[in-house]
Design a protein around this ligand. Sequence first.
Ligand code: NAP
Length: 259
Amino acid sequence: MDLGIRGKRGLVCAASKGLGRGCAEALAAAGVDLVINSRTEADITAAAEEIAARHGVSVTPVAADITTEDGRAKVLAAVGQADILVNNAGGPPPGDWRAWSREDFIRALDANMLSAVALMQALVPGMMERGWGRVVNITSQSVRAPIPALGLSNTARTGLTGFVAGMSRQVAGSGVCVNNILPGIHATDRADSLDRGVSQQQGIDIDEARRRRQATIPTGSYGTAEDFGATCAFLCSQHARFIIGQNILLDGGATNMTI
Ligand code: NAP
């Protein structure tokens, strides 16, 4: 299917690996010129070179922490204007609800809510003026069904979801579609680190921890960055014109619910 976005300009945050990388690859395959970001200079530079070589589009790497104002300023200076924005950042650490301080919550809100809000505030007005835009926020399955140890993530991502629910309907009339994708467990470094946490907590080896987590998913396996990127690229396509303010759950059926 032709996604109809060849020649558009996109920003994908936190994209040297994992889900962000999957989104960058799929957008590049659809012909989108990209600015991609992550903190580690060598990784983001290598990712940009690989994506550009594979798909024949322009890919500019920006090494910066997207959860800081300075980092976002550096990224925005490289982007100028964008037609497509994919918001992403590392997730907060697991823990116990009794232990989290105000500072822990502020860090999580900065990383997983307010960074995305700030980038939308910076880039969506230009999309509205030009009459076309797409925004995808990477949130989490935990927005639908809270994950007990990830209370910081549950909290911050639900805040972002509330913001998007209202804002997406205010910009849709200008041709801008804003949606969220909610990953369940995908085979990335983040999933490995959560597997390691389960392995330590339950005193089992990492393969057993992974097997137990996979058994909670109706598909019997983790998702991949490629699955995830394909959905993101579709939401950024011409075909997604009528999809507004939705929360697309990609979890292999793991969240047990009717609608
Ligand atoms: P990942 O494999 O660990 O990759 C994270 C990427 O983000 C890397 O490129 C990393 O590079 C970059 N990054 C991290 N913090 C950053 C920051 N502050 N500024 C800029 N770049 C940053 O993680 P993932 O699995 O793709 O997860 C992406 C998001 O989805 C996370 O918020 C995660 O919590 C959420 N999620 C993931 C899953 C899953 O199963 N994978 C499930 C639910 C939710 P640098 O370290 O070099 O910056």
